[in-house]
Write a protein that binds this ligand. Structure first.
Ligand SMILES: [Zn+2]
Length: 452
């Protein structure tokens, strides 16, 4: 049985065009002219709504098993589906056990069974002392690994120094699997924090938190990572880049040399600005921190120039009590922003204001993250051979984020009240509708993708 998805605005790899996407057995078999739907195919005509490739989000913390009360597979993948995300890759920490060996990966897989509304994969973890576990995790199919260069907030996920990184990179060299790194060094953060906390006062102020995590911590970490990527010729990916200045300069030089390094930034760094964050508003706390408006402009330029490859959410929720809103102290609140499902309209609204065409969504939020996770050709593009994953998007719809729009577990997010443009009308996973008219359709039939 064939299906044909037709729109005046199909976001194909070479741009926006009137086209028909033909689907058989859950895969795209052809992208043909608007009027060329095969006779006998079931026709879905979307008028001039935008047909986007299903988005790929490679930075999500699901927390199940072990901390399912923070976030679980069912709620996280529903939030993804409602936001047009059809493939996500789960970070190896904040669940228990952390995914630092194959036994933990097996527990993760068991926990996910029957609960996922979209397709998913699991990053493995690199921590101090687990280098010998990396080949096993690679054989078990993780698409790559994640590490921290500073305390992760989770005691079971130990951060790594240069010596640990060398042990890990020796194991990863030649596998093609990327090492993703939280790029902040402890030294500059400790120093800045020490200079600030002569007194305990003032931690309700966002400027104090911002000053405690200087951009230098990011650029120093990136300098180290670029040096190692050069030496080991192994792909390293900088997650959630927040500081634009020196960091972008380093990335530019590395790219010119052909160093295998890539970078992402997150929707919240592109949307919020430090100047607008109220004191005590710990729902904005994340690390690295949201910086000033001027820095935000530079991140956008980094995306447009291609130095920053992609946009992820870093959806990292916790129970509301851990945000300690009653005290509002930024030093004591849990760091992490809950946002899964909102990234598309958030990024698109900002793009409209900046005069950036919708075509870039396909690269920044679908094709580039698919490449990072080894899914090129299969996910992240409306092209023959790829899975029939779609988001049907009304780019002009105006709306305001309310609690009902948050599909993840805890309805706490700095995006509440945000005025956005663009709304996901339908989401399709491998040729079947999973979200339509603000409701989920069918059963959770997401699959885990393992790297062969
Ligand atoms: Zn994260």
């Amino acid at each position: 049985m064939e299906q044909a998805f037709r729109s005046k605005r199909v976001l194909a790899p070479d741009g926006l065009c009137a086209a028909t996407v033909v689907v058989r057995d859950g895969r795209i078999c052809d992208v043909c002219g608007w009027g060329d739907a095969p006779a006998g195919a079931i026709l879905h005509d979307y008028g001039d709504l935008v047909l986007l490739p299903g988005l790929v989000d490679t930075h999500v913390h699901i927390n199940e098993p072990g901390r399912t009360e923070w976030e679980g597979f069912a709620t996280a993948t529903q939030a993804a589906a409602a936001g047009g995300v059809t493939m996500l890759v789960d970070m190896p920490l904040n669940c228990v056990p952390e995914i630092i060996n194959v036994e933990a990966l097996a527990a993760k897989r068991k926990a996910a069974q029957g609960k996922t509304w979209v397709d998913w994969a699991a990053w493995g973890g690199v921590v101090r002392g687990n280098a010998d576990s990396l080949p096993g995790l690679a054989r078990a199919g993780v698409p790559g690994f994640k590490c921290f260069l500073i305390h992760s907030g989770i005691d079971g996920f130990a951060w790594v120094d240069e010596a640990d990184l060398r042990l890990a990179l020796k194991k990863l060299r030649g596998t093609g699997l990327p090492l993703l790194a939280h790029a902040e060094l402890a030294g500059p953060v400790d120093e800045a924090t020490k200079a600030l906390s002569a007194s305990d006062a003032g931690w309700r102020r966002y400027v104090k938190y911002l000053a405690s995590r200087p951009g230098l911590a990011e650029s120093d970490a990136i300098a180290l990572l670029v040096r190692l990527a050069d030496e080991f010729q192994t792909p390293i990916h900088i997650v959630h880049l927040s500081s634009a200045g020196a960091a972008l300069k380093l990335l530019e030089l590395a790219r010119k040399r052909g160093t295998p390094v890539t970078a992402e930034t997150c929707a919240h760094y592109l949307w919020f600005a430090a100047e607008d964050i109220p004191d005590g508003a710990t729902e904005y706390k994340c690390a690295p921190p949201i910086r000033e408006a001027k820095n935000r402009d530079a991140l956008w330029r980094g995306l447009e120039s291609g130095l920053i490859d992609m946009i992820t959410t870093d959806h990292s929720p916790c129970p509301p009590a851990m945000k300690r809103k009653d005290e509002g102290r930024f030093d004591q609140a849990w760091g992490g922003i809950a946002s899964l499902g909102l990234a598309l309209p958030v990024v698109w609204t900002a793009m409209r204001r900046r005069g950036i065409g919708i075509e870039s969504i396909a690269e920044w939020m679908a094709a580039a993250p698919a490449r990072l996770a080894g899914l090129a050709g299969r996910k992240g593009a409306l092209a023959a051979g790829a899975d029939a994953d779609f988001a049907v998007f009304d780019p002009d719809a105006a709306w305001t984020v309310t609690r009902d729009d948050l599909r993840f577990r805890h309805k706490l997010s700095p995006y509440l009240g945000a005025q956005l443009r663009g709304r996901v009308r339908e989401t399709w996973l491998r040729g079947e509708q999973i979200f339509v008219q603000e409701r989920f359709a069918g059963e959770p039939r997401g699959r885990e993708w393992t790297r062969a």
